[in-house]
Design a protein around this ligand. Sequence first.
Ligand code: UDP
Length: 324
Amino acid sequence: MAQRVIVTGGAGYIGSHCVKRLGKLGYHILTIDNLSNGNKWAVLSGELKVVDLADTVTVKEIISSFNPHAVIHFAASIIVPESLQNPIKYYKNNTENSLNLLKILSELNIKNFIFSSTAAVYGIPEIVPVTEDAPLNPINPYGRSKMMTELIIQDISNAYGLKYTSLRYFNVAGADPEGKLGQAYRESTHLITRALKTAKGEFPYLEIYGTDYQTPDGTCIRDYIHVSDLAEAHIVALNSLLNNGESDVFNCGYGHGYSVKEVISVAKKVTGIDFKVIESDRRPGDPPQLIADCSKIKKKLNWQPRYNDLEFIIKTAWEWEKKR
Ligand code: UDP
C-alpha cells in the first residue's frame, strides 16, 4: 500500500517540485493550497483541494478523510521586504496557520510532520557556514514567524509525541530540469528570477541592493540551492520519519556562497544578455552572508545533492523563464 502524504502549498514553487518527486516515487498525495501564489497546473501528481489553512473546519475534514501518514507543510508567505511592511500577514499565514494545522494533526493523532523553515531564523550568523545549533536570532518578521513556528512544533512534539523534521532552506533557485515546473510567482523579488526577467526585458534594469557590506566585493553572499535537490531533502526526511527516525532540524544548502555580483555575472553568461545593472542602497532586513553547513543532513539522512552548480541552477531557471 502506498503511503499517504498531505502537502500544504503543493501548488507553489518548492511544493510542486516535491509533489512531482513524491508522485514519481509512488506516494499517494493530496495537496492543500489556496492558490494565492500557487497554480493548479503545477500539481503534477495526486489530488488538489483549493482551501485556505485558515478555514480550519474544512481543512480538518479533508485531513481526516485522507488520513495521511505524514504532512509536509510548505504553505507560507516568503518575501522578506513584504514581511517588514505587513507583519500581520506573516504571523497569520506562517505562525497562526501552522498552529491551526498542528492542532488539527494532534486531534487526529497524525504523527509525522515536515516543516519548511528558513535560514532567516539565524538572522546575522556570527559563524559562517552556519550549523543547526547556531543561535536563532531572526532580524525580520518573516524569519521570526518561522522561528516561532519551529518553537511551537518542538513544544507540541514534546507534549504529544509528534515527530517532526524542520528543514531550514537557504536560497532556493532553479527549475525542474525536465522543464515542467519552475518559479511562477509573478511578483517574485528573488535575485535570480529578477535578473532573468531583466534579461528578458520585463524590467529596465536590475538593482543591486547594497555594495558596502563586509564581503569581498561588498555585495551580499547567499547559498543558492537547486529546487529539485531541496525537494529531495524532503523525500529523505519523509523516509526517515516514516521509518521511525527521530525529530530533528537540518540546514538545506550546499555550503558554498555566491555574491550578488557573482550571480549577476553567471546570469549574463547563461542568457548571453548584458542587461543593465544599477547599484542601489541596502534593502532592509538583509543579512550580509548566509551559507549553510550542510554536513548534518548529508550524514544523518544521506541526502545527496545532484545539482550543486550555480550555472546549472541559473540555466534551468532561464529555460523556464523563456517559456513564460
Ligand atoms: N538582491 C538584489 N537585487 C534584487 C533582488 C535581490 O541585490 O533585485 C539581493 C538581496 O538584497 C539579497 C540577495 O540578493 O542580498 C538575495 O535576495 P533574495 O531576495 O533572492 O533572497 P533572500 O536572501 O532575501 O531570501
